[in-house]
Write a protein that binds this ligand. Structure first.
Ligand code: GS8
Length: 221
């Protein structure tokens, strides 16, 4: 078995987090594309709790959960730029914002995407309340990590790319320049950075794959 193996999916923002971290650190790895409708025995035995990608296997030992994997990569491979800040307070706050993205923002966005009418108006307000915190956090900064891309930026790829595409598909305006100028400037800076640009999945291909998923959601209602 290769020393470092990633079980992932090309369309997953979570799996891309791990690829970006490995690339940032210059770690050689074998990438295995998982068919999520027919999960491999290796995935099922590597992440028996959630049965989800991404999973990183290092010398055969599995590590699940993208944010946990990012920290593992940062601690294991010291070459390349640090992913988490060195200062304990800044490290703690980077973890806080990444957790906020996954546990608070992500479900709020999903609710706004799948709801309708009055419920959607409320869900949109909720999303905007959360985005305001992120916008304030970015005030005077190029990236969440300061001058260079770090933990929260990598975690934020879902916001910068996936949510922008899904919002267009659903026809709902969530991350607007007038309300969230810092966040929009970050998205532009992030997506245009040469490192990020080369790793984002093809926009059209991703849009098509998300279209199928979100159309299914709306017909199921
Ligand atoms: C989320 C991973 C996830 O949702 C993380 O790694 O950060 N908290 C986890 N993985 C999805 C694909 S991305 O939408 C997945 O594996 N889904 C398969 C399933 O739910 O059966």
């Amino acid at each position: 078995m290769a020393e470092v193996k990633l079980l992932g999916s090309w369309r997953s923002a979570f799996s891309l987090r791990v690829e970006m971290a490995l690339k940032l650190k210059g770690v050689e790895y074998e990438y295995v594309e998982e068919d999520l409708s027919n999960k491999s025995p290796l995935l099922l035995q590597s992440n028996p709790v959630h049965k989800k990608i991404p999973v990183l296997l290092h010398n055969g030992k599995p590590i699940p959960e993208s944010l946990v994997i990012l920290e593992y990569i940062d601690e294991t491979w010291e070459n390349g730029p640090p992913i988490l800040p060195k200062n304990p307070y800044d490290r703690a706050m980077a973890r806080f914002w990444a957790k906020f993205l996954d546990e608070t923002c992500f479900p709020a966005f999903m609710k706004a995407y799948v709801s309708a009418g009055e419920e959607q108006v409320k869900a949109k307000e909720e999303v905007e309340k959360f985005l305001k915190f992120l916008d304030d956090e970015l005030k005077g900064k190029k990236f969440f990590g300061g001058d260079s891309i770090g933990f929260v930026d990598i975690a934020g790829n879902v916001l910068a790319y996936w949510f922008v595409i899904i919002s267009e598909l659903v026809g709902i305006e969530l991350i607007t320049k007038d309300k969230f100028p810092n966040l929009c400037a970050w998205i532009e800076e992030y997506l245009n950075s040469s490192f990020v640009k080369q790793h984002m999945p093809d926009r059209e291909k991703l849009t098509e794959s998300l279209r199928a998923r979100f159309q299914k959601t709306s017909t199921a209602k």
